[in-house]
Ligand binder design. Sequence first.
Ligand SMILES: NC(=O)c1ccc[n+]([C@@H]2O[C@H](COP(=O)([O-])OP(=O)(O)OC[C@H]3O[C@@H](n4cnc5c(N)ncnc54)[C@H](OP(=O)(O)O)[C@@H]3O)[C@@H](O)[C@H]2O)c1
Length: 385
Amino acid sequence: MSARGSRSRSWVNPSFHVTMTHKNARTEPSVDRVCPSPSQSEIRLQSMKNRRVIVEHYGGPEVLHLVEEDLPSPGPRQARVKVLAADISFSDVNVRRGRYPGGPRPPLTPGYAIVGVVDLLGSGAAGPAPGQAVAALTFYGGYSQYIVVNAEALVPIDKQVDPAETVCLVLGYMAAIQMLRRVAQVASGARILVHGAAGGVGTAFLELGRIHGLQVFGTASKSKHGLVMRLGATPIDYKTQDFVRRTLQLTKGTGVDAAFDPIGASHLQQTERAVRRGGTVVGYGFYEASNRGANVALDVVSQYLRMALWSLPPLRKHTAFYDIRATHKRHPGWFREDLTSLVDLLAAGRLQPVIAARIALDDVVKAHQMLERAEVQGKLILIPN
Ligand SMILES: NC(=O)c1ccc[n+]([C@@H]2O[C@H](COP(=O)([O-])OP(=O)(O)OC[C@H]3O[C@@H](n4cnc5c(N)ncnc54)[C@H](OP(=O)(O)O)[C@@H]3O)[C@@H](O)[C@H]2O)c1
């Protein structure tokens, strides 16, 4: 059912409760009566300003700071979206550090993915109508109360789902499902190795792996093994064990059918050894190089070169470097299709994204510190409004 056709929708989570009324498609989202209702003049004042995070020069978490400014206006074919939930991910850490090949230059606002409500359309915008719940892969800009995006980039969300849980699907689950199904094409019953298994993308792999009947081995620090097991995977403590040896033990010497590696550098070379002959190695990050302060572009190039060698005899492995930006650009239809099926799974209760905390705009520095210290199990989600 489209939002235009529906009468009302309630998105509920512990930190806020917003009811959207769609009798008139141009009606503003209204705060539900369970919350104290601000006066009309307060609403007008609030609606004229926008708070967002900016980075004026690359650096550590302390370079993230808040500004208050006039509401941005959508230009031709653009839409302004009130952000209800924004993804906080390690990709944003890379953007903030200036270690993201092809990333934006400061001043910039991080924020790779959002879920919100269309607030205003620019001239000629053919996207969803005001009042419609939407999701978008923004790449940058999500850490904001309002964001202006190309209207055609918005994907309508027509289910009653929590915005914080939904935004987990837009980056992490999207990356995981596309690597599993479109890149590695793993079949039900396959054995896979997932690195960073308790992280944002890692937990998405684990949940999707369980749904698709995969046998999943996941590397994580010991303190996170409870979560990895709860999500149906076999944990490997990569800090005290040789993960290649352990994976080979667990697969009776064969190796896994596919492995997914966001760590990069020399780690990817080890990962290749844990994959069976003819199996698939997917690289999708440069976590180690970024943390070391090394040249991440060089790291990606070296991953491509190594993977090219592994695809030759005698190893004949299938290899790929997955990049959600490039995939989204090349196959926008896949993004809509995959997001729609993920939202269906969420609405049916078959996915339960692991949300470690819902974060206010004022706490964004702390959120990045936690990510950098690998203190997060699952996802941190920003609730800007
Ligand atoms: N290519 C793409 O399109 C794409 C899309 C999304 C994300 N990414 C990349 O994917 C990576 C993960 O992102 P995320 O948001 O999921 O990060 P995250 O939530 O911070 O999770 C990463 C986790 O990896 C674990 N880890 C660190 N070193 C490890 C190692 N050597 N072996 C195994 N686990 C290790 C850490 O936990 P413990 O060490 O405590 O277990 C850390 O919490 C980032 O590099 C990001 O840029 C790429």
